[in-house]
Design a protein around this ligand. Structure first.
Ligand code: G3P
Ligand code: CA
Length: 228
């Protein structure tokens, strides 16, 4: 494991700008992150939108489920500082193959349309290693692997289950993404023994940044990626 430590902008750089907004992704780029992380959901009209929750309530001036709103309705909402909820292609066009984009499959049935979209970007010349698909949902991860046999996949976890490693290996995952709370040296060593990388979320405090680096994690997601 000699690869450099990766600085990953969580929901862009959401400590500085509204989460999952184009402003946030632009900020992360100016902070020279190695990777940006974002969350995707499907809206009623079938587009992939970049928003964390299944409802718009917390992050916009609207209310209700993303899945029950058309893109036209969603685009009218203020998702922070006057910006709208971005479409996934809008974020990809902004990044323009310069750094890795970690697309977290947050919503149900997002794996297949995300894979279709990525294929378009690969045809446009994107480097396949500039995509990393991840999810907490095993269903989405299995679908992602079926639809994208060659893409990098990461498994998000909040606890280590008996079959976590076996599941990740069966997927051909390249990384496991544990929460900071469960990240120990023992866990990191075990993931490395299994041939995968460890990307930890969400690491904002100096003492946690120091500890995760000391136990050799491969990268951290941070709301303040410049602190990494
Ligand atoms: O993908 C890592 C991290 O983003 C998972 O948690 O809730 O911030 O999506 P959450
Ligand atoms: Ca996320």
């Amino acid at each position: 494991m000699n690869s450099p430590f990766l600085r990953i902008g969580h929901r862009g750089a959401c400590g500085y700008e509204p989460e999952n907004s184009l402003r946030s992704f632009k900020k992360a780029l100016t902070l020279k992150v190695d990777m940006i992380e974002l969350d995707v959901q499907l809206c009623r009209s079938g587009e992939l939108v970049v928003i964390h929750d299944s409802k718009v309530d917390r992050t916009t001036d609207g209310i209700g489920s993303v899945a029950k709103k058309s893109l036209e309705q969603l685009k009218k909402l203020d998702a922070g500082k006057g910006g709208s909820i971005p479409l996934l292609p809008e974020v990809l066009d902004l990044v323009d193959n310069r750094i890795i984009v970690n697309i977290e499959l947050k919503g149900k049935r997002t794996a297949e349309p995300v894979s279709v979209l990525i294929k378009k970007y690969l045809h446009k010349g994107w480097d396949k290693d500039n995509f990393l698909l991840s999810s907490f949902s095993r269903e989405e991860l299995i679908d992602a692997r079926e639809n994208s046999p060659n893409l990098n996949i990461g498994v998000n976890i909040t606890s280590l289950k008996k079959d976590t490693m076996q599941f990740a290996r069966s997927l051909g995952a390249c990384s496991i993404h544990p929460s900071l709370q469960i990240t120990t040296k023992k866990l990191v060593d075990e993931i490395h023994r299994q041939g995968m990388k460890v990307f930890v979320w969400t690491v904002n405090e100096e003492k946690d940044i120091a500890r995760t680096k000391e136990i050799n994690v491969d990268g951290c997601f941070s709301d303040y990626p410049d602190r990494l």
